[in-house]
Ligand binder design. Structure first.
Ligand code: CAA
Length: 388
């Protein structure tokens, strides 16, 4: 029996800022962003959207061919938590009408926790192969204005259905891990924006990649030159290029730079235009690969590198299942991205500076999202969601 990804779909907000608008205000060349960090646009959430509405929107298409009654567990990965106590996934459980016997929990370890969720989901399915696990990863990346991280903001959610004999990607049992207590990126409870030691964070990312990959090989994993494609955690898409160079070096690869670039190119399209979506980014990268690869990927081996600052990292792999194309949501993803509205820099500042009311009164949220769910109000400290 194989276990893995039976279905996958992503969602992002309907607003974005083109990084040229940011570069113009900063009086620098847009190519620093377009080429230097490999990003074109960043997704910006409206006031009535958060990790719950994005995750529910990402999951909705999965139920066109899967029965809600088969969902045994919902694992919600995020580092943009909306409550210190209640799991964001419980709101999604309600919005989607999932069965009451479905357990729900939230997981946190920076951008890594969706991978912990995916591996836990595979273990749950191994015990009860008739059941399915819904993994949701949803985040809003926010840095201080005028900080080095500002151009790497973004937002997005991905929904992954994990089951036995999956239709898309079989996950291999080998996995390599690396954990080290470092302060490269973090967000104390009293802050709405992340703090980051930018250059140091990229160095730690590359160190963790090497260590997790070497551990993966020790566990019997597939060498770099035998992998067909790679999906990396994507804080910005140029990071994947740096990661490829690092892996080629530490694996003694004989592949030339053009072949190495071709291994990652199809996985970068969506993230270039959405920005960083933290926990979701590596799996939005996977949907980008599946949606954009021109060759038939059936039987191809994909390496995955998941990184969460702080830090925990994991390298693992999977094989694409024959016939996968029939089950993709490519058209829906591309229509959603085309329908987004561009914000001017002034409009972006207005969105950025919106503060959620915290005074315990009854507050209706401005109607801004065009997604299927919205945060309708915050009444007496309770978040009230609705279908739009
Ligand atoms: N045309 C083309 N390229 C240009 C250019 C131009 N006009 N101007 C500059 N560049 C290039 C630079 O040469 C540089 O290239 P290299 O990386 O090859 O040296 C690149 O653009 C970036 O320029 P800087 O190094 O000057 O950029 P910066 O210091 O302002 O910011 C950053 C880079 C530190 C990564 C910043 O974006 C940041 O702090 N980001 C947030 C932290 C982050 O994403 N870290 C990633 C690892 S941690 C992680 O993965 C977890 C997570 O999700 C946060």
């Amino acid at each position: 029996m194989s276990i893995g990804i039976d279905d996958i779909s992503f969602y992002t907000s309907n607003f974005y800022l083109d990084l040229k608008s940011l570069a113009d205000v900063q009086n620098i060349e847009a190519d620093k962003y377009y080429q230097g960090i490999g990003q074109e646009r960043m997704g910006i959430v409206g006031a009535d959207e958060d990790v719950v509405t994005m995750a529910a929107a990402a999951a909705l298409p999965l139920f066109e061919r899967s029965n809600k009654a088969s969902i045994d567990t919902l694992l919600f990965a995020t580092e943009t938590g909306i409550d210190q106590s209640k799991a964001a996934g419980v709101f999604v459980h309600g919005l989607l009408g999932l069965p009451s016997r479905c357990r729900v929990v939230e997981l946190k370890q920076a951008c890594y926790s969706a991978t912990a969720a995916l591996q836990m989901a595979c273990a749950i399915v191994a015990r009860e192969p008739g059941r399915k696990v819904l993994v949701l990863a949803s985040d809003i990346a926010r840095y201080d204005l005028a900080s080095s991280g500002e151009a790497t903001q973004g937002c997005g959610a991905v929904a992954i259905l994990v089951g036995a004999n999956p239709k898309l990607v079989e996950i291999h049992p080998q996995s390599g891990r690396y954990t080290e207590d470092v302060m490269d990126f973090w967000r104390p409870n009293y802050r709405a924006t992340a703090l980051v030691d930018g250059k140091y964070s990229t160095k730690i990312y590359l160190k963790a990649l090497k260590q997790a990959y070497l551990d993966y090989l020790e566990q019997g994993g597939t060498g770099f030159d035998q992998l067909d494609h790679l999906c990396y955690h994507l804080p910005f898409s140029r990071m994947a290029e740096k990661a490829q160079t690092q892996l080629a070096r530490c694996s003694g690869s004989t592949r030339d730079p053009v072949a190495r670039a071709a291994m990652i190119a199809p996985s970068l399209h969506y993230n270039r235009t959405i920005g960083n979506s933290y926990t979701a980014s590596i799996y939005i990268g996977l949907t980008s690969l599946l949606d954009h690869a021109t060759e038939d990927l059936s039987g191809k081996k994909i390496g995955f590198f998941s990184y969460g600052s702080g830090c925990v990292a994991e390298f693992f792999s999977g094989s694409v299942v024959a016939g996968y194309r029939e089950y993709l949501h490519t058209q829906r993803h591309q229509t959603m991205l085309k329908a987004r509205t561009e914000l001017s820099y002034t409009q972006y500042l207005k969105f950025y500076n919106f503060e959620c009311p915290a005074d315990g009164g009854d507050h209706r949220m401005p109607e801004q999202t065009t997604g299927p769910y919205r945060l309708a109000s915050i009444d007496q400290h309770k978040r009230i969601y609705c279908a739009r």
